[in-house]
Design a binder for this molecule. Sequence first.
Ligand code: CAA
Length: 388
Amino acid sequence: MEVGIDKLGFYTPQYYMDMADLAEARHEAPGKFLKGLGQSKMAVAPITQDPVTLACNAANNILTDEDRAAIDYVIVGSESGVDQSKAMAVYVHDLLTINPFARAIEIKEACYGATAGLQAAVDHVTRHPERKALVIAADIARYGLASSGEATQGAGSVAMLITANPRIATVNDDSVYFSGDIMDFWRPNYSDTAKVVGKYSTEKYLEFLDQVWSKYKERTELTLDDFEAICFHLPYTKMGLKGLRQLLPEVSETKANELLEHFENSREYNRQVGNIYTGSLYLSLLSLLEQDETLTSGDRIGMFSYGSGAVGEFFSLTLQANYKEALLPEIQQKLLTNRQSLSLSAYEEMFQETLPTDGSSQYLSEEPNVVYQVGGIEEHKRLYQKNN
Ligand code: CAA
């Protein structure tokens, strides 16, 4: 039984901050953000978008009525959820009008949550091949204005439809995972921005990569030569490059150059969006599949997932015949090119805007060209709406 990713959808808000402008405002050399971090634009979410609406907008791009009827498991991976108790997946399930006889849950483990969701969905569909599962990674990455992590913020969502006989890629049964209690990045309940020990977090990322990759090779007897490309969790795209460089001494110069070329394609979308936490690895996969013209069916793609705190996992995908036909690159192109650049003051204002937390009501106006949006809040209940 082959189970894996049948469809991939993406959404990012309609606003961005240009990284050269942000560098200038923060008295940094533009090269630091553009080359040093590998980021050119940073998606900024307006008050009308939260992780629930980001998730719905990403999934709405890929689901047919038949999918909605066949899905019986909705999993949202996120670390920027809107409620401590209620799963975002319950809102998402309802807003997307999915079959009511479905399970809807949220998974949290920093940027790793969607990978746990993907593996749970694959297990579920393996047991019930006639059913489908929807896994969505949705996050708004917030470190704070003028903070050390500010240039690695972003917002967006990736939705994956998991089915038997998938059209894009099978998820192979070869996962190696590793957990350890460390404080590299976290967000206490009372804070709406993340705490981070920046340099330490990058060291831990690389250390976890080493742990899972070494064990993966031992268990599977595969080597780096068996992979056509490797996708990384990309909190900023240079982080994945550091990860890849750590592995490259294991292969010839020719193979190393090939892997580096594939990596450039795998970071193209992330470079323009920024960190979307749980979705970053899957946005990188989408970027690779849509931007790379040299991959073919049967190719093995490595996937390194890392969630601070921390859990790391390495697993692989196998590309399916005609996988390109299942992709929708024109949607991504439209989303990325139709965005509006923000001035520093507009970005700072948008960043600080919040809905009332004292139980009073606020209603937001309809956003043009946006399908799902936050409609406001009433008595501590967030309101969601679908625009025509
Ligand atoms: N031209 C080109 N490159 C330049 C430059 C210039 N003018 N000036 C600086 N650089 C380079 C630096 O040499 C450095 O490159 P290397 O890392 O290859 O040495 C890079 O730009 C960044 O410079 P700094 O290290 O001085 O940057 P910083 O002190 O501002 O911190 C950071 C960078 C630690 C990533 C910070 O942005 C941060 O804390 N971000 C949030 C945490 C994070 O993303 N951690 C990643 C691992 S944890 C994870 O993956 C989970 C998650 O999603 C959060």
